[in-house]
Design a binder for this molecule. Sequence first.
Ligand SMILES: Cc1ncc(COP(=O)(O)O)c(C=O)c1O
Length: 396
Amino acid sequence: MDDVPSPVPLAGRIGKLRSNAIRDLLAVTQRPDVISMAGGLPAADAFPVDEIRAVTERLLRDDPTSLLQYSTTEGFPELRVWIAEQAAASRGREVSPDQVLVTHGSQQALDLVSKVFVEPGVEVAIDEPGYIGAIQALQVFEPTLLPVPVDEHGLVVSALADLLASGHRPRLVYTVVNFQNPTGATLALERRMHLAELAEQYGFVVIEDDPYWALRFAGEQLPSIATWSDNVISLGTFSKLVVPGLRVGYAVAPTWAREHLAKVKQGADLHTSSWGQVLLTALVAERGWLSDHIEALVRVYGTRARALEDSLAARVGERFAFDKPDGGMFLWGRLTDGQSAVDLLPRAVERGVAFVPGEPFYSGPPDRSTLRLSFATATPDELDEGVRRFAAALTP
Ligand SMILES: Cc1ncc(COP(=O)(O)O)c(C=O)c1O
């Protein structure tokens, strides 16, 4: 999308920002006849609408003030206790609710972390390819991004070690640890340990972004990087676990960093929506509700992922190489015949299917053969039809 000319000068950093190519693209692909595997939205047919309605009605009747009143910057105390318990379980050690800051989605946590740590020229290492929203949040503060490759086992920590050994000194290392956006890869156990070791040795902070952990349909949950180091800020969210529209996420940080994050949050929005926080606290307090809900989500996503993989294998074969994800919402792959995914997209949309080319996920030179398919929102039959159209578009 072209920028509209500004009648008043803008801050210099704004001119350097690129718009989120996926948002621009989604606008084009929302025609009803297009099967979209492009978006990053969770499955709306799995939203717990009835439970949300029942709990909201009960809270409005019994405790409207908590829902409707201003709240504290750090977040609703009972929700922070619940978040600290979850973090303690994934770290195998105690976490204090004082370490928790409830944020307006984990996207806000990315903005706050950037505000606290990044200034022009500060080095920040980041997944390559990486989450576009993180690149956008960081770039406002003009860092020098150090792209570190991601393979089928997540961030290649040995490549980060090489950068450190050659004199680079990132202040932050950002990575999505489970079912990464965009590649679907999960950071292997030994790499988590190595990354923690490097954080201790070189004194950087790892931003462990983990919105998809609950959506695991194969393999075992792995411990948080914060199991082995205090130099970790873990980000989480209710967006993929319950619903994204409430905009409730969180950061679990060492207390010294949490203080600064809360300070900048005050200036940003005073606090996260009371309504969303109180509602989620009530939902997760219902005995067994969350684990049943996660089980149902995993069934939906697991079935859709396998359907997409099977259709790709049957209809596209070796023309598209991909790794099978163990969870999350995305499948990432590469066109093996030298085609560019950016060039393929208009032909695919013409035939009624959309995907996201890999290019915007790169902060360095992109691999133009890559693309991301979401299996979250389409049914198995729609995915199969989408793959049929994709295969047809592939044949010029
Ligand atoms: C890796 C990653 N981090 C953070 C977010 C932001 O999520 P939210 O702000 O809804 O918590 C997303 C959303 O898609 C994501 O994929």
